[in-house]
Design a protein around this ligand. Structure first.
Ligand code: NDP
Length: 283
């Protein structure tokens, strides 16, 4: 078997057409959707991520503001900026790029963002709403993974989904979304003995670990859907995922590539959350 590709770039393009249309409708009503991105410090990877987010906003007709501060910014100064943006009517989404410098408490910063503008979906109010099945912002990466399943007509209902990783931003919300979609969900992590025992039973595997090529072909059930969230570098400095793509594609039914899989979907769902926030604000 050779797995079919779940092309995150193609799906993103498709969804961004809808985003641009909804942004144009909002703009025509005087409610141009606005995203504020705050970056503190000089982390090279973060600078690339925020540039891509701002570029994506411009391409889809969203207003965006990039605020870049030196690593010496204090926590109090950052909290004050967030408060100002919380009250700015032109801003519907606030994103503080993580990681923050060690002297700043990232948790406190995220909790200062108004839940109404928490387009990253990291605020405890958003996490709690997800837990109890209330509508709120979904974290962008798991939201994008769910869109990918929808795109390939894979209904999680009745399927066994195995999520590898239990972080607050990917693994846990991914598991909650799959559960909401009526999958039977297993969450694996670093203390899970015999990971392969679990993944071999999975109809859907989501790998969100951060260890290159750790999911190998012998760990995958033939025909399974494999979603690779991981972003790592191989020995040659090339971007690669958590999945051994060349091996697993011979066994799986569907697979996401890295790059060109979950990555572009994460940005697309950030735009979608910002649109939804602006629509809500516009009534
Ligand atoms: P974290 O480091 O926060 O979490 C990693 C998870 O993997 C932890 O729950 C950890 O378990 C688990 N883990 C570590 N080693 C193993 C192992 N050997 N077997 C099973 N589980 C293991 O990472 P994130 O969730 O933030 O990110 C995961 C990956 O996804 C990273 O590569 C990151 O770069 C990427 N990413 C990609 C995005 C995209 O847009 N494509 C967006 C966000 C992240 P434990 O809890 O026990 O420590």
């Amino acid at each position: 078997m050779t797995a079919k590709l779940i092309d995150g770039n193609a799906l993103s393009k498709h969804i961004r057409i809808e985003i641009a249309q909804r942004a144009a409708v909002l703009a025509s009503r005087g409610h141009t959707p606005g995203l504020a991105v705050i970056l503190v410090g000089e982390n090279a990877a973060s600078q690339v991520y925020v540039r891509n987010k701002v570029k994506a906003c411009h391409e889809s007709g969203l207003h965006s503001v990039l605020e870049h501060y030196p690593a010496t910014m204090t926590e109090a100064e950052l909290l004050e900026r967030v408060e100002v943006l919380n009250h700015d009517p032109a801003i519907h989404g606030i994103l503080v790029q993580l990681p923050l410098p060690p002297h700043i408490d990232g948790h406190r910063v995220i909790e200062t963002i108004s839940p109404k503008k928490d387009v990253d979906g990291f605020h405890m109010a958003s996490a709690g709403a997800l837990m109890v099945g209330q509508p709120a912002f979904k974290p962008c990466t798991p939201y994008g993974c769910m869109k990918m399943l929808e795109w390939i007509d894979c209904n999680p209902k009745g399927k066994h989904a195995v999520v590898i990783g239990r972080s607050n931003i990917v693994g846990k919300p991914m598991a909650m979304l799959l559960l909401q979609a009526h999958a039977t969900v297993t969450i694996c992590h670093s203390a899970t003995p015999d990971l392969a025992h679990h993944t071999r039973q999975a109809d859907i595997v989501v790998a969100a670990v951060g260890k290159r090529k750790m999911l190998t072909a012998d760990m995958v059930k033939p025909g399974a859907v494999v979603i690779d969230v991981g972003m790592n570098r191989d020995d040659h400095g090339k971007l690669c995922g958590d999945v051994d793509y060349d091996g697993v594609r011979k066994v799986a039914g569907w697979i996401t590539p890295v790059p060109g899989g979950v990555g572009p979907m994460t940005i697309t769902m950030l735009l979608m959350n910002t649109i939804e926030s602006a629509e809500h604000g516009a009534g």
